[in-house]
Design a protein around this ligand. Structure first.
Ligand SMILES: *Cc1c(COP(=O)(O)O)cnc(C)c1O
Length: 388
Protein backbone atom coordinates (compact mmCIF):
# COMPACT_ATOMS: atom_id res chain seq x y z
CA UNK A 1 0.00 0.00 0.00
CA UNK A 2 1.10 3.56 -0.71
CA UNK A 3 1.78 5.96 2.10
CA UNK A 4 -1.53 7.65 3.07
CA UNK A 5 -2.15 10.83 1.04
CA UNK A 6 -4.79 13.00 2.77
CA UNK A 7 -7.26 15.16 0.84
CA UNK A 8 -5.86 18.27 2.47
CA UNK A 9 -3.35 19.34 5.10
CA UNK A 10 -1.58 22.35 6.53
CA UNK A 11 1.89 23.51 5.49
CA UNK A 12 3.92 24.82 8.45
CA UNK A 13 7.52 25.94 7.93
CA UNK A 14 10.26 27.21 10.25
CA UNK A 15 9.24 30.87 9.92
CA UNK A 16 5.69 29.94 10.99
CA UNK A 17 7.13 28.16 14.03
CA UNK A 18 9.45 31.07 14.85
CA UNK A 19 6.52 33.51 14.71
CA UNK A 20 4.55 31.44 17.22
CA UNK A 21 7.52 30.99 19.55
CA UNK A 22 8.16 34.75 19.53
CA UNK A 23 4.63 35.37 20.81
CA UNK A 24 5.00 32.71 23.50
CA UNK A 25 8.03 34.59 24.79
CA UNK A 26 6.26 37.97 24.69
CA UNK A 27 3.96 39.75 27.17
CA UNK A 28 0.75 38.95 25.32
CA UNK A 29 -0.56 35.56 24.41
CA UNK A 30 -4.17 36.44 23.75
CA UNK A 31 -5.93 39.39 22.08
CA UNK A 32 -2.77 41.50 22.01
CA UNK A 33 -0.82 43.20 19.21
CA UNK A 34 -0.61 40.10 16.98
CA UNK A 35 -4.42 40.11 16.56
CA UNK A 36 -4.36 43.66 15.23
CA UNK A 37 -1.44 42.86 12.96
CA UNK A 38 -3.26 39.86 11.55
CA UNK A 39 -6.52 41.77 11.07
CA UNK A 40 -4.71 44.65 9.37
CA UNK A 41 -2.72 42.32 7.14
CA UNK A 42 -5.81 40.40 5.97
CA UNK A 43 -7.78 43.62 5.46
CA UNK A 44 -4.94 45.05 3.34
CA UNK A 45 -4.66 41.85 1.34
CA UNK A 46 -8.39 41.84 0.59
CA UNK A 47 -8.80 45.59 0.10
CA UNK A 48 -11.50 45.80 2.78
CA UNK A 49 -11.84 48.36 5.57
CA UNK A 50 -12.40 46.23 8.67
CA UNK A 51 -11.46 42.75 9.84
CA UNK A 52 -12.38 40.98 13.09
CA UNK A 53 -10.42 37.85 14.05
CA UNK A 54 -12.35 35.21 16.00
CA UNK A 55 -11.95 31.66 17.26
CA UNK A 56 -13.44 29.92 14.19
CA UNK A 57 -15.41 30.55 11.02
CA UNK A 58 -18.40 29.09 12.84
CA UNK A 59 -18.09 31.86 15.45
CA UNK A 60 -17.56 34.37 12.63
CA UNK A 61 -20.78 33.30 10.89
CA UNK A 62 -22.68 33.46 14.19
CA UNK A 63 -21.68 37.04 15.06
CA UNK A 64 -22.07 38.14 11.43
CA UNK A 65 -25.70 36.99 11.56
CA UNK A 66 -26.25 38.72 14.91
CA UNK A 67 -24.64 41.92 13.62
CA UNK A 68 -27.29 42.28 10.90
CA UNK A 69 -30.00 41.59 13.49
CA UNK A 70 -31.00 38.09 12.38
CA UNK A 71 -33.42 36.63 14.93
CA UNK A 72 -36.65 34.79 15.59
CA UNK A 73 -39.14 35.07 12.74
CA UNK A 74 -36.41 35.82 10.19
CA UNK A 75 -34.93 33.39 7.73
CA UNK A 76 -31.49 32.67 6.37
CA UNK A 77 -30.87 30.92 3.04
CA UNK A 78 -27.74 29.12 2.00
CA UNK A 79 -26.51 26.32 -0.24
CA UNK A 80 -27.22 22.68 0.69
CA UNK A 81 -23.73 21.83 -0.64
CA UNK A 82 -21.76 23.16 2.30
CA UNK A 83 -20.50 22.37 5.75
CA UNK A 84 -23.29 22.44 8.35
CA UNK A 85 -21.88 25.63 9.92
CA UNK A 86 -23.13 27.81 7.02
CA UNK A 87 -26.71 26.91 7.99
CA UNK A 88 -26.36 26.39 11.75
CA UNK A 89 -25.47 30.06 12.26
CA UNK A 90 -29.07 30.94 11.36
CA UNK A 91 -30.42 28.44 13.88
CA UNK A 92 -28.12 29.82 16.61
CA UNK A 93 -29.92 33.15 16.17
CA UNK A 94 -33.37 31.56 16.41
CA UNK A 95 -34.04 32.16 12.72
CA UNK A 96 -35.40 29.65 10.20
CA UNK A 97 -33.03 28.18 7.65
CA UNK A 98 -33.79 27.30 4.05
CA UNK A 99 -31.69 26.30 1.07
CA UNK A 100 -31.25 27.16 -2.59
CA UNK A 101 -30.26 24.29 -4.89
CA UNK A 102 -26.91 24.29 -6.65
CA UNK A 103 -25.65 25.13 -10.12
CA UNK A 104 -24.62 21.72 -11.50
CA UNK A 105 -21.53 23.22 -13.17
CA UNK A 106 -19.94 25.11 -10.26
CA UNK A 107 -21.66 23.31 -7.34
CA UNK A 108 -22.29 26.78 -5.87
CA UNK A 109 -25.72 28.09 -4.99
CA UNK A 110 -27.57 28.65 -8.28
CA UNK A 111 -28.46 32.28 -8.83
CA UNK A 112 -31.28 31.28 -11.21
CA UNK A 113 -32.80 29.14 -8.45
CA UNK A 114 -32.29 31.98 -5.98
CA UNK A 115 -34.07 34.42 -8.24
CA UNK A 116 -37.02 32.07 -8.71
CA UNK A 117 -37.33 31.31 -5.02
CA UNK A 118 -37.18 35.02 -4.11
CA UNK A 119 -39.95 35.89 -6.55
CA UNK A 120 -42.10 33.10 -5.17
CA UNK A 121 -41.54 33.83 -1.45
CA UNK A 122 -42.01 37.55 -2.06
CA UNK A 123 -45.64 36.82 -2.97
CA UNK A 124 -46.05 35.04 0.37
CA UNK A 125 -44.23 37.80 2.30
CA UNK A 126 -41.57 35.40 3.50
CA UNK A 127 -38.38 36.84 2.05
CA UNK A 128 -35.07 35.94 3.71
CA UNK A 129 -33.24 38.47 5.85
CA UNK A 130 -29.84 36.95 5.11
CA UNK A 131 -28.40 34.95 2.20
CA UNK A 132 -25.11 33.10 2.75
CA UNK A 133 -23.43 32.31 -0.58
CA UNK A 134 -20.69 29.71 -0.05
CA UNK A 135 -17.69 29.93 -2.38
CA UNK A 136 -17.43 26.19 -2.82
CA UNK A 137 -13.91 24.79 -3.27
CA UNK A 138 -12.62 28.38 -3.48
CA UNK A 139 -14.58 29.41 -6.57
CA UNK A 140 -16.65 32.55 -6.01
CA UNK A 141 -20.41 32.55 -6.43
CA UNK A 142 -21.84 34.99 -8.99
CA UNK A 143 -21.78 37.84 -6.51
CA UNK A 144 -22.66 40.64 -8.89
CA UNK A 145 -26.01 38.99 -9.70
CA UNK A 146 -26.66 38.13 -6.05
CA UNK A 147 -25.96 41.77 -5.09
CA UNK A 148 -28.55 42.98 -7.64
CA UNK A 149 -31.12 40.62 -6.12
CA UNK A 150 -30.25 41.83 -2.60
CA UNK A 151 -31.12 45.37 -3.66
CA UNK A 152 -34.44 44.31 -5.13
CA UNK A 153 -35.46 41.99 -2.28
CA UNK A 154 -33.67 43.72 0.59
CA UNK A 155 -31.64 40.92 2.11
CA UNK A 156 -28.16 41.05 3.61
CA UNK A 157 -25.31 39.06 2.12
CA UNK A 158 -22.78 37.20 4.26
CA UNK A 159 -20.25 35.38 2.08
CA UNK A 160 -19.04 32.10 3.53
CA UNK A 161 -15.56 32.38 2.04
CA UNK A 162 -14.13 29.65 4.30
CA UNK A 163 -12.59 27.96 1.25
CA UNK A 164 -11.69 31.03 -0.67
CA UNK A 165 -8.99 33.31 0.81
CA UNK A 166 -6.54 34.03 -1.99
CA UNK A 167 -9.18 33.55 -4.69
CA UNK A 168 -10.49 36.34 -6.92
CA UNK A 169 -13.77 37.37 -8.48
CA UNK A 170 -13.93 39.92 -11.32
CA UNK A 171 -10.23 40.60 -10.63
CA UNK A 172 -10.91 41.57 -7.00
CA UNK A 173 -9.74 39.58 -3.98
CA UNK A 174 -12.44 37.47 -2.34
CA UNK A 175 -13.11 39.20 0.98
CA UNK A 176 -13.21 42.71 -0.51
CA UNK A 177 -16.96 42.77 0.25
CA UNK A 178 -17.60 44.69 -2.98
CA UNK A 179 -20.82 42.72 -3.45
CA UNK A 180 -21.71 41.83 0.13
CA UNK A 181 -22.17 43.14 3.66
CA UNK A 182 -19.64 40.79 5.20
CA UNK A 183 -17.37 37.91 4.29
CA UNK A 184 -16.08 35.12 6.53
CA UNK A 185 -12.82 33.14 6.34
CA UNK A 186 -11.83 29.91 8.11
CA UNK A 187 -8.30 29.13 9.23
CA UNK A 188 -8.89 25.47 10.06
CA UNK A 189 -5.83 23.34 9.09
CA UNK A 190 -7.39 21.93 5.91
CA UNK A 191 -8.21 25.42 4.58
CA UNK A 192 -5.86 27.59 2.51
CA UNK A 193 -3.97 29.17 5.44
CA UNK A 194 -4.26 28.12 9.06
CA UNK A 195 -4.15 29.36 12.65
CA UNK A 196 -4.96 25.91 14.11
CA UNK A 197 -8.54 26.98 14.73
CA UNK A 198 -9.62 30.44 13.68
CA UNK A 199 -11.85 32.62 11.59
CA UNK A 200 -12.40 36.21 10.52
CA UNK A 201 -15.24 38.53 9.53
CA UNK A 202 -14.56 41.28 6.98
CA UNK A 203 -16.73 44.29 6.22
CA UNK A 204 -16.63 47.82 4.83
CA UNK A 205 -19.39 49.03 7.18
CA UNK A 206 -18.32 50.80 10.35
CA UNK A 207 -21.52 50.03 12.32
CA UNK A 208 -21.23 46.31 11.60
CA UNK A 209 -17.57 46.37 12.58
CA UNK A 210 -18.33 47.92 15.95
CA UNK A 211 -21.02 45.34 16.64
CA UNK A 212 -18.74 42.49 15.64
CA UNK A 213 -15.99 43.71 17.96
CA UNK A 214 -18.44 43.79 20.86
CA UNK A 215 -20.05 40.43 20.12
CA UNK A 216 -16.61 38.82 20.09
CA UNK A 217 -16.09 39.87 23.72
CA UNK A 218 -19.31 39.40 25.74
CA UNK A 219 -21.07 42.44 24.26
CA UNK A 220 -18.71 44.64 26.26
CA UNK A 221 -17.42 48.08 25.23
CA UNK A 222 -14.71 50.25 26.79
CA UNK A 223 -15.45 53.17 24.48
CA UNK A 224 -17.09 56.00 26.54
CA UNK A 225 -18.80 57.34 23.39
CA UNK A 226 -20.88 54.16 23.15
CA UNK A 227 -21.82 53.98 26.85
CA UNK A 228 -25.12 54.78 28.48
CA UNK A 229 -24.45 57.61 30.94
CA UNK A 230 -21.01 58.61 32.13
CA UNK A 231 -17.95 56.41 32.38
CA UNK A 232 -16.98 55.81 36.02
CA UNK A 233 -13.25 55.92 35.17
CA UNK A 234 -10.49 54.20 33.30
CA UNK A 235 -11.40 50.73 34.64
CA UNK A 236 -14.98 51.04 33.48
CA UNK A 237 -16.72 48.95 30.84
CA UNK A 238 -20.32 48.31 29.95
CA UNK A 239 -22.06 45.26 28.58
CA UNK A 240 -24.46 46.57 25.93
CA UNK A 241 -25.73 43.29 24.50
CA UNK A 242 -25.30 39.55 24.91
CA UNK A 243 -21.99 38.54 23.36
CA UNK A 244 -19.52 35.67 23.64
CA UNK A 245 -15.90 34.85 24.19
CA UNK A 246 -15.02 34.22 20.54
CA UNK A 247 -11.51 35.68 20.76
CA UNK A 248 -8.56 34.33 18.83
CA UNK A 249 -5.25 34.08 20.73
CA UNK A 250 -2.13 36.04 19.81
CA UNK A 251 -0.39 32.69 19.40
CA UNK A 252 -2.81 31.84 16.60
CA UNK A 253 -2.74 35.32 15.08
CA UNK A 254 1.07 35.23 14.84
CA UNK A 255 0.79 31.98 12.91
CA UNK A 256 -1.86 33.64 10.74
CA UNK A 257 0.39 36.61 9.88
CA UNK A 258 3.20 34.26 8.95
CA UNK A 259 0.89 32.04 6.87
CA UNK A 260 -0.56 35.07 5.10
CA UNK A 261 2.94 35.89 3.76
CA UNK A 262 2.82 32.48 2.09
CA UNK A 263 -0.77 32.70 0.80
CA UNK A 264 0.00 33.65 -2.81
CA UNK A 265 2.58 30.90 -3.02
CA UNK A 266 0.07 28.37 -1.62
CA UNK A 267 -2.63 29.37 -4.09
CA UNK A 268 -0.21 29.34 -6.99
CA UNK A 269 0.89 25.84 -6.05
CA UNK A 270 -2.73 24.64 -5.70
CA UNK A 271 -3.54 26.15 -9.09
CA UNK A 272 -0.53 24.45 -10.66
CA UNK A 273 -1.58 21.09 -9.22
CA UNK A 274 -5.21 21.59 -10.28
CA UNK A 275 -4.12 22.32 -13.85
CA UNK A 276 -1.92 19.26 -13.74
CA UNK A 277 -4.88 17.12 -12.61
CA UNK A 278 -6.92 18.62 -15.44
CA UNK A 279 -4.31 17.37 -17.91
CA UNK A 280 -3.69 13.97 -16.35
CA UNK A 281 -7.32 13.03 -15.76
CA UNK A 282 -8.97 14.23 -18.95
CA UNK A 283 -9.43 10.81 -20.54
CA UNK A 284 -11.09 9.19 -17.50
CA UNK A 285 -14.88 8.65 -17.15
CA UNK A 286 -15.27 11.60 -14.77
CA UNK A 287 -16.39 15.24 -14.88
CA UNK A 288 -13.55 17.64 -14.04
CA UNK A 289 -14.11 20.91 -12.11
CA UNK A 290 -15.62 23.64 -14.30
CA UNK A 291 -14.58 27.26 -13.72
CA UNK A 292 -16.79 30.28 -14.32
CA UNK A 293 -14.84 32.85 -16.41
CA UNK A 294 -15.39 35.60 -13.79
CA UNK A 295 -13.63 33.59 -11.10
CA UNK A 296 -10.12 32.68 -10.12
CA UNK A 297 -10.36 29.90 -7.54
CA UNK A 298 -8.10 29.43 -4.53
CA UNK A 299 -8.51 25.67 -5.19
CA UNK A 300 -9.33 24.55 -1.68
CA UNK A 301 -10.78 21.34 -3.15
CA UNK A 302 -10.44 19.39 -6.37
CA UNK A 303 -13.75 17.57 -6.88
CA UNK A 304 -14.35 14.99 -9.58
CA UNK A 305 -17.77 13.57 -10.50
CA UNK A 306 -18.03 9.96 -11.58
CA UNK A 307 -19.84 9.22 -14.85
CA UNK A 308 -21.55 6.24 -13.28
CA UNK A 309 -23.11 5.06 -16.55
CA UNK A 310 -19.57 4.60 -17.93
CA UNK A 311 -18.15 2.77 -14.91
CA UNK A 312 -18.91 -0.77 -13.76
CA UNK A 313 -18.56 0.14 -10.06
CA UNK A 314 -20.66 2.10 -7.63
CA UNK A 315 -19.64 5.47 -6.21
CA UNK A 316 -19.13 3.81 -2.85
CA UNK A 317 -16.92 1.08 -4.33
CA UNK A 318 -14.71 3.63 -6.07
CA UNK A 319 -14.44 5.61 -2.85
CA UNK A 320 -13.54 2.58 -0.70
CA UNK A 321 -11.05 1.20 -3.24
CA UNK A 322 -9.24 4.54 -3.38
CA UNK A 323 -9.05 4.64 0.40
CA UNK A 324 -7.71 1.08 0.47
CA UNK A 325 -5.03 2.24 -1.97
CA UNK A 326 -3.97 4.93 0.51
CA UNK A 327 -5.69 7.85 -1.20
CA UNK A 328 -7.47 9.97 1.43
CA UNK A 329 -10.47 10.84 -0.71
CA UNK A 330 -13.33 12.70 0.93
CA UNK A 331 -16.81 13.91 0.10
CA UNK A 332 -17.79 17.59 0.14
CA UNK A 333 -20.61 17.73 1.01
CA UNK A 334 -23.42 15.60 2.36
CA UNK A 335 -26.36 17.91 1.53
CA UNK A 336 -27.10 19.73 4.79
CA UNK A 337 -30.87 19.32 4.52
CA UNK A 338 -30.48 15.51 4.57
CA UNK A 339 -28.78 15.53 7.99
CA UNK A 340 -31.00 13.96 10.69
CA UNK A 341 -31.15 17.24 12.60
CA UNK A 342 -32.44 19.09 9.52
CA UNK A 343 -34.84 16.26 8.71
CA UNK A 344 -36.39 16.91 12.13
CA UNK A 345 -36.85 20.51 11.00
CA UNK A 346 -39.07 19.15 8.22
CA UNK A 347 -36.67 19.03 5.28
CA UNK A 348 -36.99 15.95 3.08
CA UNK A 349 -34.72 13.97 0.81
CA UNK A 350 -35.73 15.18 -2.64
CA UNK A 351 -36.04 18.84 -1.64
CA UNK A 352 -32.82 19.91 -3.43
CA UNK A 353 -32.30 17.30 -6.15
CA UNK A 354 -29.26 18.82 -7.83
CA UNK A 355 -27.24 18.85 -4.60
CA UNK A 356 -28.42 15.30 -3.92
CA UNK A 357 -27.48 14.09 -7.40
CA UNK A 358 -24.07 15.72 -7.02
CA UNK A 359 -23.59 13.91 -3.71
CA UNK A 360 -24.16 10.56 -5.47
CA UNK A 361 -21.21 11.18 -7.79
CA UNK A 362 -18.69 13.54 -6.18
CA UNK A 363 -15.27 12.70 -4.76
CA UNK A 364 -12.67 15.18 -3.46
CA UNK A 365 -9.19 13.98 -4.34
CA UNK A 366 -6.03 15.17 -2.56
CA UNK A 367 -5.01 18.78 -3.13
CA UNK A 368 -2.82 20.91 -0.86
CA UNK A 369 0.27 23.07 -1.19
CA UNK A 370 2.62 20.36 0.07
CA UNK A 371 1.34 17.68 -2.35
CA UNK A 372 4.33 16.59 -4.45
CA UNK A 373 4.12 15.69 -8.13
CA UNK A 374 5.01 12.11 -7.12
CA UNK A 375 2.07 12.05 -4.67
CA UNK A 376 -0.15 13.44 -7.38
CA UNK A 377 1.03 10.82 -9.87
CA UNK A 378 0.17 8.15 -7.29
CA UNK A 379 -3.35 9.60 -6.95
CA UNK A 380 -3.79 9.63 -10.73
CA UNK A 381 -2.49 6.07 -11.13
CA UNK A 382 -4.79 4.81 -8.36
CA UNK A 383 -7.79 6.52 -9.93
CA UNK A 384 -6.95 5.03 -13.30
CA UNK A 385 -6.61 1.61 -11.70
CA UNK A 386 -9.92 1.82 -9.93
CA UNK A 387 -11.89 3.39 -12.82
CA UNK A 388 -10.69 1.52 -15.93
C1 LIG B 1 -14.63 24.87 7.39
C2 LIG B 1 -15.89 25.52 7.05
C3 LIG B 1 -16.66 26.23 7.99
C4 LIG B 1 -16.34 26.22 9.45
O1 LIG B 1 -15.06 26.65 9.72
P1 LIG B 1 -14.47 26.52 11.19
O2 LIG B 1 -13.33 27.51 11.17
O3 LIG B 1 -14.01 25.10 11.32
O4 LIG B 1 -15.52 26.88 12.16
C5 LIG B 1 -17.78 26.89 7.56
N1 LIG B 1 -18.17 26.87 6.28
C6 LIG B 1 -17.48 26.18 5.35
C7 LIG B 1 -17.95 26.20 3.93
C8 LIG B 1 -16.33 25.47 5.70
O5 LIG B 1 -15.68 24.76 4.79
Amino acid sequence: MNQWIPYGRQDINQSDIDAVVAVLKSDWITQGPAIERFEQAVANYCGVKYAVAVSSATAALHIACLAVGLGKGDSLWTSPNTFVASANCGLYCGADVDFVDIDPRTYNLSVDELEGKLAWTDQQGRLPKVVVPVHFAGQSCEMERIAVLSQRYRFKIIEDASHAIGGRYLQQPIGSCSFSDMAVFSFHPVKIITTGEGGMVLTNQRDLYEKLIRLRTHGITRNPDLMQGESHGSWYYQQLELGFNYRMTDIQAALGVSQLHRLDEFVERRRFLANRYNQLLQDLPIVLPWQHPDTNSSWHLYVIRLKLDKISKTHRQVFEELRLAGIGVNLHYIPVHTQPYYQKLCFRVGDFPKAEQYYQEAISIPLYAGLTKENQDTVVASLRNVLV
